[in-house]
Design a protein around this ligand. Sequence first.
Ligand SMILES: Nc1ncnc2c1ncn2[C@@H]1O[C@H](COP(=O)(O)OP(=O)(O)OP(=O)(O)O)[C@@H](O)[C@H]1O
Ligand SMILES: [Mg+2]
Length: 575
Amino acid sequence: MLTRLLRTYTRPYMGTIIVVLAITIFQTWINLQLPSLNADLINQGVALGDSEYVFQVGSQMLALSVVLVAVSVVAVYLASKVAMSIARDMRNDVFDKVLRLSPYEMDLFGTPSLITRNTNDVQQVQLLLTVGLTMLASAPITVIGGVIMAIHHNAKLSILIAVAVPLMAGVIGVVMTKAVPEFRKVQKRIDRINGVFREQITGMRVIRAFVRDDFEKNRFAQANASLMMTQLGINRLFAFAMPGLILILNLASVGVVWFGGHLVDNNEMQIGDLTAFISYLMQILGSVMMATMMLILIPRAAASAERINEVLDHELVIHDPEDPQPQGPVGRVRFDNVTYFYPGAEVAVLRNLSFQLVPGQLTAVVGSTGSGKTTLVNLLMRFVDATEGTVYINETDVKQQNVDDVWGAVGLVPQRPYLFQGTVRETIQFGRDISDEDIWAALEIAQAADFIRELPEGLDAHVAQGGSNFSGGQRQRLAIARAIARKTSIYVFDDSFSALDASTDARLRSALIAHTREATVLLVAQRISSVINAERIIVLDDGHIVGMGTHHELLQTCATYQEIVASQQTAEALS
Ligand SMILES: Nc1ncnc2c1ncn2[C@@H]1O[C@H](COP(=O)(O)OP(=O)(O)OP(=O)(O)O)[C@@H](O)[C@H]1O
Ligand SMILES: [Mg+2]
């Protein structure tokens, strides 16, 4: 998983990566030279009292050290840059994928998990890359080069290295096998915290209204504590491992001084070689420890990579066809015997729906709550795919068109419209280039012009996230204006007038009818008064079409429609 992800994403940066590797190899090579030069300096300079030689070798070492610092800076800079660029690319790709998920797939992953995946998980991979790129080449070269140099200075003492390195490797191996599953747990726990936290922020008012602060506090505390316990467990593992590794390192250097001291005493080794040997030992074991640091990052990054890949590899349910078909004449919608089951559901929410929408006609859909109206809209928009039957937009099967073509053909006001943060102008434009004149025209139709005009900043007034600084009815009207400003040939309003009072509703509808004379309009509503003028009304009951016709026809023929009308008349009489 991790290697596949890295292979894909490192490809565009191969040039820089090779430069980084080349620099680290060069850097490691300098590092390996220094102790040997130092040995020469001691053996042939200090021991023989040749101060000129000391100065000469000393300045050589100084020059190498300066170069070493310079190239290290460049290597770290380049490595970080590559790692950050790769993280950016991954986040972009995950985001693109998430934009294409259907509501059902969104639930499958869960919003908080998608957020964690695209932030924290990507960061884990980035961290591994930053550290890995600078250490990847240097650690093995230091170990191998160090061993060769050490043997060169004294073969007998090198036995100590042969003992210390496998010991360290053993300790590391044990820690790793225990840590990997724990790291996977940590990411899950972070998901959980994000989930609880997000829900609590969203539902803040409900929590207060029901005085559920303590209950919710407790729920968060539990999620929080479980993350802490998992992390604590991992740290405990490393708390044992680190001192163990340092102990091995120190015992090895004590061993070298002890046995090396005897060798020097017996004139079997020069003092300079002993110092060089100790330096190499430190370099080798230091590299092993550094590599461990890097290896610690691998299981966590691997767990994260798996989670990122799950999103990237996810086969989209709603996707572009291989051979997309162009749309026919605009403004046409046709449902041909459409049946839809929610994933896993035993009963169909919509069964055998057949109807047509044509330009210049206003069609309304009425039905009690839960009768499947929004589901019908979702099918029309291809947010979900019909289980059986076919939905045609502009005389082409929606599954045979590019998804953007379908979405682009319809101006939708969803039942729960979401307003994005920005100004009123940006809200209506929504990424397109729309003149102020057209914006005002759209606001005028949506009956939103009055209250926007009253704002001191007018079109520059601020819209908070979700439109929370506007009332429910104002939000609905802004969402309607946003859809109207798109100037599509098909408009769909899903219960978009529910928060409006009767007179605003009436004014909006007549302005809308005047504006959309040429267009195809589907209007989902609860109130009969909202649909009374529609050229055609579709009555939905429990997923079936039980009536279709004008208000007057349905009053004669459709029992369900009569019931709805009767119930609303009673309500009106009471009010
Ligand atoms: N994501 C989903 N997964 C499973 N079942 C769902 C899902 N969304 C809706 N349903 C079910 O489908 C049925 C129809 O829902 P739908 O939202 O289409 O009703 P509606 O007519 O728009 O209702 P309302 O007037 O309240 O908006 C409901 O009974 C609901 O339980
Ligand atoms: Mg609905």
